[in-house]
Write a protein that binds this ligand. Structure first.
Ligand SMILES: [Zn+2]
Length: 376
């Protein structure tokens, strides 16, 4: 239980208990969690019954860095180059640590610039030396303990060393393929805006040099709204909690509206799916990029009514065995689509899925779509 704000240590006034946030049985993490919100920092986090050790075990088992294909690696490469340019524009660096993003070419690209680079990820014993800069890219949203990470950052940086953090932008969730706040799942623990990310850095004794919002292209059709901060390790040992005040424009109203809309929409989805299953359709089901609502749908289905073919476009089912059936990822290699059966598709951006199925030989008249987020 982590009821107090990890940034300012105050108690939040708002908490949202699931539903709509739950996971299927068999997951390594606790089935339910509370989403908490700090109005002083405009910061959301998942307060789960799982602890730091549970999350470490989970991430060791569920490392997903290997899943990037050739095209995605090209996009990653362009992104990493942009980040490295931004860091060296602030100050030339001779050494850099890639913290928590695994082996995604960052190291190799840094070396091309003549920068010594190491990686640090879950399970590594210690950082062991000092660097001129640390980059932490799309990892901090997964960290159970922000204090532990910042302890590493201070220990691993020379005085005046640079810290670059990029995370999904909670203020831009409505533009992601998950739809607004569907990323509030078991893995995405921390939900930052630019303001809360900067406040966190200051709280831990970093001076913010620059910050901003951007889009990170993750696939040919999907951009990931992100917020980033470039900060410098200050001479202060550890700062007192930052003097924060209520943000001028809180995202709480957006979040509250999402919770209500999501609950209604989920009821509609469950009814839609059950009606088709009882009519003998929908043994083949594609849940694409839905995050929590997809997990919740599976959890709501009785054992005998689980689909035979279940596809997910991303992370949600990794490490989770749904009734012993293989969970396949949507890819150009295809899967076992039955051209004579109806395929049900539940997604935000469903057109891409329908095109994919057509390319796999599934006639369009055999595809039925539930567009998640249409009420948004
Ligand atoms: Zn706070």
């Amino acid at each position: 239980m982590r009821p107090n704000c990890p940034i300012c240590a105050r108690r939040p006034f708002f908490a949202c208990d699931p539903p709509p946030f739950a996971a299927v049985p068999g997951a390594m993490l606790a089935q339910r969690f509370t989403v908490r919100y700090c109005p002083h920092c405009d910061f959301y986090w998942n307060d789960s019954a799982s602890g730091a050790a549970d999350y470490e075990r989970y991430y060791l088992a569920a490392n997903k860095h290997h899943a990037r294909n050739e095209q995605a690696r090209r996009l990653d490469g362009a992104y990493f180059r942009r980040v490295q340019r931004r860091i060296v524009a602030a100050r030339p660096v001779r050494s850099i640590l890639d913290y928590g993003s695994g082996d995604l070419q960052f190291e190799a690209l840094a070396r091309e610039r003549g920068i010594a680079c190491s990686s640090f990820d879950v399970g590594a014993p210690s950082i062991g030396r000092k660097f001129d800069a640390i980059a932490c890219l799309h990892a901090m949203e997964h960290f159970y303990s922000l204090d532990t990470a910042f302890g590493h950052f201070r220990a691993g940086l020379r005085p005046g060393g640079l810290l670059y953090i990029a995370v999904p932008d909670a203020a831009g969730y409505e533009r992601t393929y998950y739809g607004a706040f569907n990323a509030l799942d078991l893995e995405h623990i921390n939900h930052f805006t630019t303001a809360s990310l900067c406040a966190l850095a200051r709280t831990h004794g970093f001076d913010v040099l620059r910050s901003g919002r951007a889009d990170r292209p993750v696939t040919a059709t999907v951009d990931y709204p992100e917020t980033w901060v470039l900060a410098q390790r200050s001479a202060r040992r550890v700062a007192a909690p930052a003097a924060t005040r209520a943000p001028a424009r809180s995202s709480l109203a957006t979040f509250s509206a999402y919770c209500e809309r999501s609950a209604r929409e989920f009821d509609a989805l469950l009814g839609w799916y059950r009606a088709r299953r009882s009519a003998g359709r929908g043994r083949q089901l594609v849940l694409y990029g839905l995050g929590s609502p997809a997990l919740r749908l599976l959890a709501a289905l009785p054992e005998g009514s689980l689909p035979d073919v279940l596809a997910d476009g991303g992370k949600a089912f990794r490490g989770v065995d749904v009734a012993g059936r293989p969970v396949v990822e949507i890819s150009a290699r295809g899967t076992h689509w039955d051209a004579n059966a109806t395929v049900l598709v539940v997604a935000v951006h469903w057109r891409a899925i329908v095109e994919f199925l057509a390319a796999q030989g599934v006639p369009s008249k055999r595809i039925e779509v539930f567009e998640w987020g249409r009420a948004a």
